[in-house]
Ligand binder design. Structure first.
Ligand code: PLP
Length: 378
């Protein structure tokens, strides 16, 4: 093996994927309730995305950001017309989008401190690892970037205690994903937005996992009636093509003037073609009305079939972002579900995480929950 052993991989050798199904090299079929960690929100190889990327493959692949690429403006318009943001910077991943957000917040305010949260996850680069309030992510890499301080999620006083004259921004996920699927409380979000506004501190929302329909809204912040100054996107935006985006309010525009930031591949036309197709397919009332029914179905069936099991301690759900807290390590459960042909995820130690595609059918939900019930009953 000549790959760095950075991943503890499961014993699944993928050959093809379509919709909610993944097929391995032996022809075994899996129901995919992980969506490649919340990426393929429209299912694998969604026809509109596939068609758009194929068309772009036959046009051009890369010319660099030295030249105008109209497709970048089209995707940026789709994002800002459907959100509270005004300007978009395109990157290639979630961590890069967050890097851009951190750089912009420091440059705009001229201040250094960024308050983030314990059990958060913001990425693996030096700045985003420093922003991530988890020791296991930072361990072994020496001194972190300075001036990141960690408050307690859903505790407004812990934020107040850390906020001072040096504070540029508060950065958080509205549902802590990797940390165990913990949604922010509504009162915490309104208090936080108000505190930031009164203190002249920027509010950065990391929507990398919660954005692009995952929680049942276009962006997770919509549930809370708050407006971030900056938010970041990645995972679901390209439905599998690598992309990241940092979106900010008009007032921050001039802090990212010519030469302030850049990326060779950022705004790559193949990724843009995918993102454009994703947003055009998803961002309409019909899609979200349908999704709401599926979310309700998921919620009803979780309540009826999974909640009563004695090995289930708690179920947390925000749209199609689901955490089932179990009484044993979730990694064991994930392995047993793979045997039964169901792909799921872990969050924290004992939380089984489900991120099915938003195009999942009721029959697929029922099928998956029966398998989960079977494993959790043992
Ligand atoms: C996945 C994730 C990231 C990191 O994205 P990468 O593309 O792996 O760099 C950052 N923040 C959140 C909330 C995520 O879920």
């Amino acid at each position: 093996m000549s790959l760095f052993p950075t991943y503890n991989r499961f014993d699944v050798k993928v050959k093809t994927a379509q919709g909610t199904k993944v097929v391995d090299v032996d022809g075994k079929t899996y129901l995919d309730f992980g969506s490649g960690i919340g990426v393929c929100n429209l299912g694998h190889r969604h026809p509109a995305v596939q068609e758009a990327v194929e068309k772009q493959l036959n046009a051009y692949w890369h010319v660099s950001n030295l030249y105008e690429q109209p497709i970048q403006q089209e995707v940026a318009s789709l994002i800002v017309n459907n959100s509270v943001g005004d300007y978009v910077f395109f990157a290639n991943s979630g961590a890069e989008a967050n890097e851009a957000a951190i750089k912009l917040a420091r440059k705009y305010t001229g201040k250094n401190k960024i308050i983030t949260f314990k059990q958060s996850f913001h990425g693996r680069t030096f700045a985003t690892m420093s922003a991530t309030g988890q020791e296991k992510i930072q361990k072994g890499f020496g001194k972190m970037l300075e001036k990141f301080e960690y408050a307690t999620f859903n505790d407004i006083d812990s934020v107040k205690n850390l906020m001072d004259e040096e504070t540029a921004a508060v950065m958080l996920e509205v549902v802590q994903g990797e940390g165990g699927v913990y949604p922010a409380e509504p009162s915490f979000m309104t208090d936080l937005a108000q505190l930031c506004q009164e203190s002249g501190v920027l509010l950065i929302i990391d929507e990398i996992q919660t954005g692009i329909g995952r929680t049942g809204k276009r962006f997770g912040y919509e549930h809370y009636g708050v407006e971030p100054d900056i938010f970041t996107l990645a995972k679901g935006l390209g439905n599998g093509l690598p992309i990241g985006a940092m979106v900010a309010k008009e007032a921050l525009k001039d802090a990212f003037g010519p030469g302030a930031h850049g990326s060779t591949f950022g705004g790559n036309p193949l990724a843009m073609a995918a993102a454009k197709a994703v947003l055009e397919t998803m961002f309409n009332d019909e899609f979200f009305n349908k999704l709401e029914l599926k979310i309700q179905y998921m919620s009803d069936r979780l309540e009826a079939t999974i909640k009563p099991l004695s090995s289930v301690k708690d179920i947390r759900q925000k749209g199609m972002m689901i955490g089932i807290e179990c009484s044993r390590p979730a990694i064991e459960i994930v392995k047993e579900l793979i045997e039964l042909g169901l792909l799921t995820l872990v969050a924290g130690d004992n939380v089984l995480r489900l991120l099915p595609p938003l195009t999942v059918t009721e029959a697929e939900i029922e099928h998956a929950l029966q398998k989960i019930k079977h494993v959790l009953e043992k």
